[in-house]
Write a protein that binds this ligand. Structure first.
Ligand code: SF4
Length: 382
C-alpha cells in the first residue's frame, strides 16, 4: 500500500550483506504451523515433541539455522537439514534516513526478486511496514509499486522473513501490512503469517499490534474480517465514487460505499481498531465537499482517519496539498465527529515510498530522483 512518498535526492544504495539464497531443493520451516511441523518430524521418524521444539526455536528464539536447535539431537538435526532449511534470508540492501527510518530490500521467492520493508523508530515505539507481494495488481494512480505491475505473491515464509531477519526485530512494537502489494489479494499467506505472529507457540503477539491495510477487495475483505482480529486500515483517498475510481481502479470491483457497508457489520468499538488512510492531493481531494462527503460516508462508524502528505512521483499528474488545506480538512472532520490526525512524514531523505527502492535497484546505475517520504504509523493511543 502506499502511504509513502518521495524526496528529491539521489541516494547510493548500500549493500549490507551478500545475497544469501537457501538451496532451492530444501523446504523452509519458517511459515509452517505447529501441526505441520509435527507432520514434518513424523515423516522423518522423529518424535512429535520435536515439532514443538522446532516451533520454539524458529518462532520464539528466532534462530536462523537448524544447527542452532541444540536441544534436538545432532543426528536428527542432520536428518532435518537434508530436506529442510529454516528459510531465513538477510536483507541485501539498506538505506538509513537522518530521522532513523530504515528501508530494507529483502529477497523474495526463488528468482532475483526483492521486496521493501521499512523500520520506523519513534521514541519507545518501533513500527515495521512489511510487503506481501512483489509488485501489485491494483494499479493505483499515485503508487510506484502499482506501476511496477504484478510479479508474484510472497509466501508466508517471505512475509515472516522480513520480520525475523530484521536486525531490529527485538525492538518492534507494531507491524503494519502497508508495504508493497494488496494484502487481501494474497490473503492465505497474510492470514498464515499473522496467525503465526499471534499464535501462542509462535511470536505470541497481540493482534492489537498488527494492522493490515486494504483498498477493499470483494469477498476477501469479509474473509479477513471474519478470520482475523488484527486492526484494519482502509485506503480511502476519495469518498466520491467516480474520483476514487480514477485514483484507485479497485473501486470498480468494490466501491467504498460497499466497503463501508461491510465494515458496519463488525465491532470496532473495543479491541479491534478501524482506520482510513487518506492521501491528500492538492486541488483534487482536499476540498470542503470532500470533507462533507467523508463525514456522510463514515457517519456513526467507530474509526479514525489518517491524513497523509503526498509528494510528487514521476509521470503522475498529482501533487501534495498545502499544509493549510490538510489542517482545514482535519479540523472539519474532527469538528464533525471523525477523529482525524495528520501523519508525520518519515524518511524523507531516502527512497521510502513504496516501490521506489526496488525501482531504483532495477534501474541500476541510471539516475533516479523523486520526492519521497514515509508516514509515521506509530500509534500512541495504546
Ligand atoms: S498499487 Fe497496490 S501497493 Fe500501490 S497503493 Fe495501490 S494497492 Fe497499495
Amino acid at each position: 500500500m502506499i502511504n509513502c512518498k518521495l524526496q528529491e535526492k539521489s541516494v547510493t544504495l548500500q549493500p549490507i550483506f551478500p545475497l544469501f539464497m537457501d538451496s532451492k531443493e530444501k523446504l523452509p520451516l519458517l511459515g509452517l504451523t505447529a501441526d505441520e511441523l509435527k507432520e514434518v518430524v513424523g515423516s522423518l521418524g522423529m518424535p512429535a515433541f520435536t515439532g514443538k521444539q522446532i516451533a520454539g526455536w524458529i518462532y520464539e528464539k528466532g534462530v536462523a539455522s537448524i544447527d542452532e536447535m541444540t536441544n534436538i539431537s545432532k543426528k536428527n538435526r542432520e536428518l532435518l537439514a537434508e530436506r529442510y532449511t529454516v528459510g531465513r534470508r538477510d536483507a541485501i540492501m539498506v538505506q538509513t534516513s537522518v530521522d532513523g527510518t530504515r528501508k530494507y530490500l529483502f529477497p523474495a521467492g526463488t528468482a532475483n526478486a526483492t521486496v521493501e520493508t521499512v523500520f520506523i523508530p519513534d521514541g519507545d515505539r518501533a513500527t515495521l511496514c512489511v510487503s506481501c507481494q512483489v509488485g501489485c495488481k491494483m494499479n493505483c494512480l499515485f503508487c510506484q509499486t502499482g506501476k511496477q505491475g504484478f510479479e508474484g505473491h510472497l509466501s508466508a515464509t517471505d512475509i515472516l522473513n522480513q520480520i525475523y531477519s530484521l536486525p531490529e526485530r527485538d525492538l518492534l512494537t507494531n507491524i503494519v501490512f502497508m508495504g508493497q502489494g494488496e494484502p487481501m489479494d494474497n490473503l492465505d499467506n497474510v492470514l498464515r503469517a499473522t496467525s503465526l505472529l499471534t499464535a501462542d507457540y509462535g511470536w505470541a503477539w497481540s493482534p492489537k499490534r498488527i494492522t493490515v491495510s486494504s483498498v477493499g477487495v470483494k469477498n476477501k475483505l469479509k474473509r479477513f474480517l471474519d478470520e482475523s482480529q488484527c486492526h484494519v486500515a482502509i485506503s480511502l483517498h476519495s469518498p466520491i465514487h467516480e474520483q476514487r475510481m480514477e485514483l484507485m481502479p479497485a473501486e470498480k470491483a468494490m466501491s467504498i460505499e460497499d466497503v463501508v457497508a461491510l465494515l458496519r457489520q463488525y465491532d470496532f468499538s473495543h479491541q479491534r481498531r478501524l482506520s482510513f488512510e487518506y492521501i491528500v492531493f492538492g486541488g483534487v481531494n482536499d476540498t470542503l465537499d470532500h470533507a462533507k462527503a467523508i463525514v456522510r460516508l463514515l457517519a456513526g462508524l467507530e474509526c479514525r482517519i489518517n491524513l497523509i502528505r503526498f509528494h510528487q512521483i514521476p509521470d503522475v499528474p498529482l501533487h501534495g496539498a498545502e499544509d493549510r488545506k490538510m489542517e482545514q480538512l482535519r479540523d472539519y472532520l474532527t469538528a464533525h465527529g471523525v477523529f482525524t490526525t495528520i501523519r508525520a512524514s518519515r524518511g524523507q531523505d531516502i527512497y521510502a515510498a513504496c516501490g521506489l527502492l526496488n525501482t531504483k535497484r532495477k534501474q541500476d546505475n541510471s539516475e533516479y530522483s523523486a520526492h519521497s517520504d514515509y508516514s509515521d504509523y506509530s500509534d500512541h493511543s495504546e
